[in-house]
Write a protein that binds this ligand. Structure first.
Ligand SMILES: [Zn+2]
Length: 113
């Protein structure tokens, strides 16, 4: 029987500074169902707040769900050699939860008995 050993490579996750974050809001005012009006994605929170104030002025709706989105990317350690990663291998979710963090990529190697 073959056993497998997984080695984790310590990646870090960082915001992708080449892409601007985005902000939005959705009106969730309403008694039986939410209003549902959306601001659309804005490049700055001020644009969202301006939309919320205008929507409140028009409707007297007072409750909003605010959203934030950005892009993130993995930064590999300087000594990371992608040729040593065996692609296509994944680990079971339950095993992933046991993994030390940060640890998001893996290399599989046959274990020596
Ligand atoms: Zn509304």
């Amino acid at each position: 029987m073959t056993s497998r050993r997984f080695r984790f490579i310590p990646f870090t996750i960082a915001q992708d500074l080449t892409a601007w974050p985005e902000y939005a809001a959705q009106c969730v005012s309403g008694d039986e169902s939410d209003c549902g009006e959306k601001s659309g994605w804005k490049g700055h929170p001020d644009g969202v707040e301006k939309w919320m104030k205008e929507h409140t002025r028009q409707t007297l709706h007072l409750r909003y769900r605010r959203l934030f989105a950005d892009y993130a990317e993995f930064d590999a350690p300087e000594d990371f050699d992608p040729s040593k990663v065996i692609r296509g291998e994944t680990i079971e979710h339950s095993r992933a939860l046991d993994a030390p963090r940060p640890a998001l990529a893996l290399e599989r190697a046959r274990a020596t008995p």
